[in-house]
Design a protein around this ligand. Structure first.
Ligand SMILES: Nc1ncnc2c1ncn2[C@@H]1O[C@H](COP(=O)(O)OP(=O)(O)OP(=O)(O)O)[C@@H](O)[C@H]1O
Ligand SMILES: [Mg+2]
Length: 487
């Protein structure tokens, strides 16, 4: 199906998110949409998939002008979208979720649909248990389910908005294979990202957006430097990691054992000093998150001890960890970290409650404006956090952390951010380490881990190995993440 967008405009209050965008996508191709945070990519794709209606402009499918008033209408006309922050999934089983949006008369024959689900999933090498609960699926699996569901509803154009930010390397490979297969079958795929390497390896053509406008189009043998120029208008330099002197031990884990329903981390000992940055590497679900959550006081160890600044914190309540000046930043922005329907000022008011029972709103708005400036957030104190772009939500999360924590625990601190925002955030973090903050962070980006950590703890099936980043190569790290040296 051929897709054409003509002169699309969309404004949110003072922000012109799409400012006259025209582009056309050939049927049966994998087309990339590149652009830095806030460029207007998600907005444009929401317009194309019926989640937003444009202020002005035209959508044409196979040379026919169409109008949709809802995502369901868009799906009926063949356009389906996977969102950047997976929308809330109802507490359903996989099979029931699969049937969402299907015409009613089809709902009866569960066995038949189970087979259909299994067939579709198998075709793409996805493994989905129809009776599993959606809430227990990883983000990667939810994504596979959503793809299969949209295909079953007959979409011809599939839009994926930054689909690789939260999935494992294996899931990414199987996703990319599925996307290539889909275009071979004649479907049109639009791949939204700001990861140049992914777009380069996957797409045949790319359109670049900046500040709500198209700043370039290219066939995919275009050199990276050119693409970067189209995205940012200039070529960026990468900051150098500065040397920090390490101080007192801030965190000490002694023979720690942790487990949840699928995994066990056993007998882990680790010491982290003031000013030190330790990266936690590994495939999604290898134990990194268990360790981070235990350090945040959110998970009780089954054995061993946790010391923070020479105090035994083992088994203490979460509140004590907060009082010990520990900052924790979860991965799921809109599930655990932020509340979509609350404004920036409301978030500030809630995290900065003083001794009084009442909230001082003038103060909250003032503090919010200050954070907005400090963290370069594109929004107003009255903006709903759910309406910020992904990158700006991440900055908001960072702005809500305590200002000079002893220990900062972060899951994917720069996930989904473009290069410029990523640099910006690491500059903020480095300034903290120079004041003595110790940082433990999870990342699935090997380059980020190597570039930003002093040491890396590599997790594999609950086992942990330490690696010094000095002199280590991407190749060494990649091999260890894949399990080398854990036998
Ligand atoms: N519903 C909304 N209400 C108000 N402003 C919005 C809304 N949706 C998006 N915006 C603003 O419009 C601009 C473009 O946002 P959009 O989400 O389209 O960017 P993006 O290119 O997808 O960025 P990212 O890479 O960070 O996801 C941003 O400044 C954003 O804050
Ligand atoms: Mg977006």
């Amino acid at each position: 199906m051929k897709v054409e967008l003509k002169d699309i405009h969309k404004r949110f209050g003072p922000i012109q998110a799409n400012d006259g965008i025209t582009l056309s996508i050939e049927p049966g191709t994998l087309h990339g949409l590149l652009g830095e945070n806030g460029a207007g990519k998600s907005t444009l794709m929401k317009v194309l998939s019926g989640f937003l209606s444009p202020d002005r402009g035209e959508i044409r499918l196979d040379n026919k002008t169409i109008r949709f008033d809802s995502p369901a209408e868009a799906v009926a006309l063949g356009v389906g979208m996977l969102h950047q922050d997976p929308l809330d999934f109802p507490a359903l089983r996989v099979i029931d979720n699969f049937l969402l949006g299907s015409p009613r008369e089809f709902l009866l024959d569960r066995k038949y649909h189970q087979t259909r689900l299994a067939e579709l999933a198998n075709r793409f090498g996805f493994r989905l248990d129809p009776e599993a609960r959606v809430s227990e699926l990883s983000i990667g699996e939810r994504q596979q389910l959503e793809i299969v569901r949209l295909l079953a509803l007959g979409v011809n154009v599939l839009i994926l908005d930054e689909p690789t930010t939260a999935i494992s390397t294996q899931q990414r490979e199987s996703l990319f294979r599925a996307l290539s297969q889909l275009t071979e079958e004649g479907k049109t795929v639009i791949f939204v990202s700001h990861k140049l390497d992914e777009v380069k390896s996957l797409c045949s053509k790319v359109t670049v957006l900046a500040h709500g406008r198209v700043t370039g189009e290219a066939a995919m043998d275009c050199p990276t430097k050119e693409l970067v120029k189209m995205m940012f208008g200039q070529v960026l330099t990468v900051g150098k990691r500065c040397e920090v002197r390490l101080g007192e031990p801030i965190l000490e884990l002694q023979n720690l054992s942790l487990s949840d329903w699928r995994l066990e981390v056993k007998d882990l000992s680790l010491k982290v000093q003031a000013g030190e940055v330790v990266g936690l590497a590994g495939l999604e679900g290898s134990g990194q998150q268990l360790v981070l959550r235990a350090c945040a006081g959110l998970l009780r160890p089954s054995a061993g001890r946790i010391w923070i600044a020479h105090r035994d914190m083992t088994g203490r309540p979460y509140q004590d960890f907060i009082e010990a000046s520990i900052g924790y930043m979860p991965a799921a922005r809109l599930e655990e970290g932020l509340i979509a329907g609350m404004t920036l000022a409301e978030h500030i008011a809630l995290t900065e409650r003083g001794p009084s029972l009442f909230i001082d709103w003038t103060m909250a708005v003032e503090r919010a404006s200050q954070r907005i400036r400090e963290f370069n957030i594109k929004g107003q104190p009255t903006t709903f956090v759910g309406n910020l772009s992904g990158g700006n939500q991440q900055r908001t999360l960072l702005s809500l952390l305590p200002s000079q924590p002893k220990l900062l625990l972060m899951e994917h601190p720069t996930r989904g951010l473009d290069m410029e925002s990523m640099e910006y955030i690491w500059r903020l973090l480095q300034a903290l380490t120079q004041q003595g903050t110790a940082i433990l962070f999870i990342s699935s980006d090997p380059e980020e881990l190597l570039e930003r950590s002093d040491r890396i703890a590599i997790f594999f099936g609950g086992k942990v190995r330490m690696m010094d980043t000095c002199g280590a190569s991407l190749f060494d790290l990649g091999e260890s993440i894949g399990g080398k040296g854990f036998e």
